[in-house]
Design a protein around this ligand. Sequence first.
Ligand code: NAD
Ligand code: MLT
Length: 311
Amino acid sequence: MYRVLVTDGVSPEGLKALTEAPDVEVDFRPTLNEEELKEIIGEYDALIVRSATKVTAAVLEKARRLKIIGRAGVGVDNIDVKAATAKGIIVANAPGGNTVAAAEHTIGLMLSLARNIPEACARTKSGVWDRKSFMGVELRGKVLGIIGLGRIGSEVAKRAQAMEMKIIAYDPYIPEERARDLRVKLVPLDTLLQEADFITIHIPLSKETYHLIDREAFVKMKPGVRLINCARGGIVDEEALYEALKEGKVAGAALDVFEKEPVTSHPLFSLPNVVVTPHLGASTVEAQLAVAEVIAQEVLTALRGGFVRHA
Ligand code: NAD
Ligand code: MLT
């Protein structure tokens, strides 16, 4: 029997290919910390995680029989891919399944910022009828700067075009034709920072992108810009963002992700023009089913010696 460990609340329904397989035994455990994971990882042939479980080199050292780590989502920044590869462990993700969920959440955050919806909701529910404090701005005619025109960035572009926004993007790795097909103008990062009224981030967290949006980047931005980060904490320097918001250079920020997660208290939470959600970009019934189905198939294939598509 192959033994599979599943953490981080991956959809059990989407994992039916594994739970119903005659040669597989699946254990569901909540998010495990490094020590807990180190203690039990040696018993498993496969591990399936979302973003909360950190699969470190120390954990992998104890993984005597692990063949594959399946990430039920896109970002693999919570997995030490180099250490896994050195041990011959496959790291597979499930790109595509949560693209629309993350794009829709991004649009929701952008509208929340433009129209102060979360603040106004809280004020109204607190028993105050306040129509003066929440003057918004329209998206129509505004410039949206998309950093990273991959799967999610592209879906955000399509949806923002329906709201009559003008879209520019910075992504040095995609071909011009792809941007042309999407009716998006590719520009250097500095141009995007200078011209955008709204900036949204859709790139992976890596050494290259860590604090890509730092103090210097905020200086280059248009006064009154609004920033959305539904990609990864760590791409935006949170201290620099706090200062830019306090100075009024940035009119608002909407954050689904943070450098340290989970986070229950943060200086940014004290600012009224900051909208936050607890890493909910991929949290739709449809997306969770889709990513779990993809990763279940990949894990089954790897365990049975087949070819993994998204390694
Ligand atoms: P993707 O690989 O399809 O797109 C990423 C794009 O970023 C690519 O086009 C790539 O060329 C570009 N890119 C890479 N490095 C860059 C750089 N330094 N500067 C500019 N562009 C760069 O991935 P995706 O499916 O669109 O997901 C993007 C990221 O969103 C993921 O890596 C993940 O971290 C995050 N994500 C978050 C949630 C959430 O719940 N908040 C959900 C899904 C994905
Ligand atoms: C991802 O990279 O896919 C997201 O962070 C969503 C998730 O954590 O499941």
